[in-house]
Design a protein around this ligand. Sequence first.
Ligand code: NDP
Length: 373
Amino acid sequence: MTVHPTASIAARSAASVVTGSTPDTQVTSAAPSSTSAASIPGTPASAVITACRACTATIPSIVKASRIAWQSSTFSDMPTVAFLGLGAIGTPMARHLAAADLGLRVWNRTAAKAAAFSAEHRAIHAVTPAAAADGADVVITCLPVSADVESLCDGPDGLLATLRPGSVLVDCTSGDPATSRRLAARCAAQGVAFLDAPVSGGVAGAEQAALTVMVGGDAAVLERVRPVLAVFGKKIVHCGGVGAGDAVKAVNNALLALHLWSTAEGLAALTQAGVRPEVALDVINTSSGRSNASMNLFPERVLTRAFPRTFRLALLDKDVGIAAGVAREQKVATPMLQLTAELFRAAHVALGEEADHVEVVKWVERLTGTVIE
Ligand code: NDP
């Protein structure tokens, strides 16, 4: 895979702002940061500083050698990676990519977050999606819903304006299969491969680079980008064609939702019957009714009343809705799944956009007139 010389060099210089959108007009300038390319550990002291074509700043032409053993021969050099979406889970994912020295460019809707990220990490702040994708081999998106990703594709500042043939768009959004299939077709029309690659493991898993990545799309394309995904993913599973990763992720999260809700109902009933919730959980967690909800979320977040905000209820509502939609599309009778989707929609509306997913327990508490503590 050839990398545009200007883009690849620019991408490999740290702490810059990419403002242009095409290789010939791209302008790279030093960002206000204490990090400079010459100070990157491992960069040879003799790094040659050259002015790149159409650039206003000088940038190093010798960059650090790979710290990652690339198993893929498809990338003739270290792939250049762009990451769009510095949210709760995207930020720690991007942090690992920055540490892996992949010439990372970052874009975020609220530009200040991308500016702060690039000031702190080895990353270039791209001011448009097009600037992020310009010259990138792998573009990773991690936004709330697939429609948000699609909205980044269009127009002169959009991803499709600069994504070049042979590159790969990897969408780590917990997306919906239909939109992913449409995105894949749009990418294919200009020779770009698409993978839906949602992740699980939460913010803690992302911080530990221990995410599970479930991938839909061409298995050969996955093998090409696997080393990039392995920077933040511990388990990477090919699930099937485009949309299969989204579908698996949605069903997984529907199970999380179901466990949260049903555990809350059960503990509310036991509390009313005079059993302390910690006693009930002690039994359940060594018995067949246990789940991640009962083993981790209730002891750590509900009984303590901590309810930290790590994964928004709005996003879990979206995931259960996708799972219910997949079942309806396949004409599979799934009354429990459909009911869970309805319950989470109501809780999301009642508790608002910023509530954490575990706060659904507060909604069950309100419905049952019980506090589980
Ligand atoms: P957040 O709500 O924390 O962050 C969302 C990110 O997307 C922000 O960077 C936000 O930008 C950006 N964004 C929102 N709307 C748009 C838009 N219309 N156009 C462009 N950018 C937009 O979400 P998370 O990071 O928690 O989740 C991201 C994805 O990962 C979701 O699909 C979620 O389901 C999934 N996920 C999340 C997990 C978690 O534990 N948090 C676990 C596993 C999967 P801005 O900064 O401007 O608001």
